[in-house]
Design a protein around this ligand. Structure first.
Ligand code: TLP
Length: 347
């Protein structure tokens, strides 16, 4: 039976070209800065993002934490969306490791945070309060339907933050999905942010790795923090090599994933008992719900698995399906057929 894995775009396997690149990568000890392949990936990344420097890290979670540690001292505060991955899905690392306090503000359904909400959350000078030190955004926004943030919105947050002497960090795990959805240059999305972390291992299909970009000075300090976290990876050119292929070859094709997500959403909209707002499908992430009183989420997950469809529930009635390089249009048809037959049997 063909398995369709819609749990995440993190399940993507490396392409043949990536495997070849791994095999032939020139390697060295990166803690001595002597891995030419890592150096090349970092140079390519910095250039692509329009930043002075870049640093390879092991994961998106590590990239975000390294940036928070580099921007903030213990006891300082980060303003962050209440539905952000950094707040919800990174083990509370900023407080657990960094002693940094997250101050959550409401994420709107499109992944933005209202400017006035950010302004209201910025602390004044008071002996009782932590000091606000950083503002974080997420693009595309995982929990908020994979919505891309517009360049103008990111610029407006940065302008307001910079006027108050605050830097902005962008969790750009899926920044290239935003690039493709909005048809913009990635530089337009990151120009004003002070640090950005993006993933090679999600839709871009590399097996491992994320890259952090910022000023030379910022990256020098980030490198120290990466070391502190045990992230100095030695001959990790074997990780960087598929990352270089990912950046060169795998960005444009994300449009196929977006198209498949749209078809999936339109199909789901036609299945009785399933609820979806097809207007809230922006990139490669599809959320839908089961009508109250119908089959439970865990049961739907199990019954889909019996039909070769792997998916995740994100609540008692809520699901997320993510399209990616390993999912073709036939797989979308198979998924819709499976969903339809389960919901019909269930009535
Ligand atoms: N997201 C994963 C899970 O952790 C939920 C997924 O399947 O979507 N930022 C964002 C916006 C993310 O979605 C993720 C991973 C990360 C950071 C962390 O990246 P990794 O998994 O490389 O640590």
């Amino acid at each position: 039976m063909r398995i369709v894995d819609l749990r995440s775009d993190t399940v993507t396997l490396p392409t043949e070209e990536m495997r070849d690149a791994m095999r032939s990568a020139e390697l060295g000890d990166d803690v001595f800065r002597e891995d030419p392949t890592i150096n090349r990936l970092q140079d390519i990344s910095a250039e692509l993002m329009g930043k002075e420097a870049a640093l390879l890290v092991s994961s998106g979670t590590m990239g975000n934490l390294v940036c928070v540690l580099t921007h903030c001292e213990r006891g300082e505060e980060v303003i962050i969306g209440d539905k952000s991955h950094m707040f919800l899905n990174e083990c509370g690392s900023m407080s657990a490791v960094g002693g940094v306090h997250p101050h959550t503000v409401l994420n709107q359904p499109d992944g933005t945070i209202r400017l006035e909400d950010i302004k209201a959350a910025i602390r004044g000078d008071n002996d009782h309060w932590p000091r606000t030190r950083l503002i974080c955004l997420e693009n595309t926004h995982n929990r908020c339907y994979g919505a891309p943030l517009q360049p103008e919105y990111v610029a407006s947050v940065c302008e307001m933050a910079h006027e108050r002497g605050l830097p902005v960090h962008l969790d750009g795990a899926r920044i290239f999905n935003a690039v493709v959805a909005l048809d913009v240059d990635v530089k337009d999305l990151v120009r004003h942010v002070d640090s950005v972390s993006f993933c090679l291992s999600k839709g871009l299909s590399a097996p491992v790795g994320s890259v952090v970009c910022g000023t030379r000075e910022f990256i020098a300090e980030a490198r120290r923090n990466r070391k502190l976290l045990g992230g100095g990876m030695r001959q990790a050119g074997i990780v960087a090599a598929p990352g270089i292929v990912a950046l060169g070859k795998m960005v444009k094709r994300l449009a196929d994933d977006h198209e498949n997500a749209r078809r999936l959403a339109e199909g789901i909209a036609g299945i009785s008992g399933l609820l979806i707002d097809p207007d809230k499908v922006y990139t490669n992430i599809v959320y839908f719900e089961i009508e109250n009183g119908r089959i439970g989420a865990d049961e739907l997950v199990a019954r889909l698995a019996d039909k070769g469809i792997r998916t995740l529930s994100t609540g008692p009635r809520r699901f997320r399906m993510v399209t990616h390089y390993g999912v073709g249009s036939d797989d979308i048809e198979q998924t819709l057929k499976a969903l339809k037959s389960i919901m019909e049997q269930e009535v």
